[in-house]
Design a protein around this ligand. Structure first.
Ligand code: FAD
Length: 440
């Protein structure tokens, strides 16, 4: 009889990395505790669709408990890990401690405001379902408030939507917002013309989508301009105010400001006592464990590792999935008395969407732009979406909005005020009164 107790693997975070580690480990004789501060796994690549009213939250997120159902050795717990005691091998929660034999930290990253956390309420970023709903609320509310103001004879308000950051999230938000203004909402308002909305994308570097080859960056910029987006590169934002974005001495008025400019690792990284890179990610060993603790692994956006070509493994879903699975395999190899294997990232290609039938794709040396890239993007993302029902629903929604330009989830929920609105309308009123005085 085998008297060895079953090892307990604690996994913090049920994103792409943690979830895939758990699903793979479930095949082995281990007890798995999968902990997340949310009860659902979010398919982050489609968050922008929720933020822009194309999809509803339930179509891109699924309960973790449901995803792992039927795996008797996985226990799912709702909770936020706060700290670790590496000597006693426990994870600390506000109300309890949880022992582990192996620990996988897959807590991901969030947006960074470069030391200006006070900008966050003025310019929300996109990372969670809550963020997406808040962005959707602000966008839709801006059109409603502008219509109300115009209908009551007030001075017109210029609807400027400013997106800070020309990475994949900024680009997809800008492209889709422009389509909403120019197509989906174009004929639904009596007093304002949504087509006059300005969508402005600000990027600090010399080109948008800097991780893509230059020809694809140029193509993306052209596709964005064709959609009516104003793209400003080499434009560093130095301040965010309730109704404006500052760029050095100049400023740009804005009704809605969205933040897509920086990424910061989860604060849990610091608690592991391991060396960190400049973005706060844990510098892991080639097998994804941390120095001095072979029983602790860090995977996904929280891990910093160079691949065999000396390139940093990118913070993308396929990398997190591969790292989660590789870690599960190494734990199994430990249990079988076999040596561990180093992690090698397999890059199957990169895709970024811009809008309807607009995208770029890189598969090795093959660079594609436009409709074919967009179709590839669509099918890859639908394929990886969790749940067959979600895949079918999203495919139908997409086909519908492709042909009709409709956005099916245009609900304004929650607060009916915008942080910028009062100040903006006051400014417009004052300048209208001054104009009147001058003409009198
Ligand atoms: C808007 C957006 C669009 C993107 N688009 C793409 C794309 O098109 N293609 C692509 O490949 N990648 C894309 N990415 C990146 C991709 O989503 C990430 O690389 C991937 O999610 C990383 O997986 P992860 O498991 O490391 O972290 P995550 O998926 O972020 O998961 C981390 C999990 O940990 C939980 N957590 C955090 N802290 C704690 C704690 N203290 N206690 C308990 N739980 C905790 C979180 O709730 C979350 O569920 C996008 C990301 C965003 C934000």
């Amino acid at each position: 009889m085998n008297s060895k107790p079953t090892p307990q693997v604690v996994i913090i975070g049920s994103g792409f990395g943690g979830l895939n580690a758990a699903l793979k480990l479930a095949h082995y004789p281990v007890r798995i505790v999968l902990i997340d501060r949310k009860n659902h796994h979010t398919f982050q690549p489609l968050l922008y669709q929720v933020a822009t009213a194309g999809l509803s939250p339930g179509e891109i997120a699924a309960p973790i408990r449901w995803i792992v159902r039927g795996r008797r050795n996985i226990e799912v717990l709702l909770g936020e890990a706060q700290d670790f005691d590496l000597d006693r091998r426990v994870v600390k929660f506000p109300d309890r401690e949880l022992p582990y034999d192996y620990l996988i930290v897959a807590a991901g990253a969030s947006h960074a405001y470069f030391g200006h956390d006070d900008w966050e309420p003025l310019a929300p970023g996109l990372k969670t379902i809550e963020d997406a709903l808040e962005i959707r609320r602000r966008i839709l509310l801006a059109f409603e408030l502008a219509e109300r103001q115009a209908a009551s004879g007030g001075p017109p308000v210029q609807l400027n939507f400013v997106i800070v950051g020309g990475g994949p999230t900024g680009v997809e938000l800008a492209g889709t917002l422009s389509e909403i203004a120019r197509r989906a909402l174009a004929n639904e308002f009596n007093s304002i013309d949504p087509k006059r909305t300005r969508i402005i994308l600000l990027e600090g570097g010399p080109r948008i989508l800097p991780t893509y080859p230059e020809d694809l960056s140029r193509s993306a910029e052209e596709q964005l301009r064709n959609l009516g987006v104003e793209v400003h590169t080499s434009t560093m934002v130095t301040g965010v105010e309730p109704v404006a974005v500052r760029m050095g001495a100049s400023s740009l008025s804005a009704v809605v400001i969205l933040w897509a400019a920086g990424v910061a690792a989860s604060p849990l990284a610091k608690k592991l006592g391991a060396p960190l890179d400049r973005a706060g990610r844990v510098l892991v060993n080639p097998d994804l464990s941390i120095p001095g603790h072979p029983e602790i692994f860090v995977v996904g956006d929280l891990a910093s590792l160079k691949d065999k070509n000396g390139q940093l493994v990118p913070g993308v879903a396929p990398a997190a999935i591969q790292e989660g699975k590789a870690t599960a395999r190494n734990i199994a190899r430990d249990l079988q008395g076999k040596p561990r294997q180093n992690f090698h990232y397999v890059n199957k290609g990169s895709l970024a969407t811009i809008g309807r039938a607009a995208a770029i794709a890189q598969f090795g040396k093959v660079h594609i732009s436009g409709f074919i890239a967009w179709l590839s993007w669509l099918f890859v993302h639908i394929f990886f979406l969790i749940g067959f029902r979600n895949r079918i629903i999203v495919l139908i929604q997409w086909a519908w909005s492709y042909f009709t330009y409709e956005r099916g989830a245009r609900l304004i929920t929650g607060d009916q005020t915008l942080p910028s609105w009062q100040q903006l309308t006051q400014e417009e009123n004052t300048s209208a009164q001054e104009k009147e005085k001058r003409t009198a």
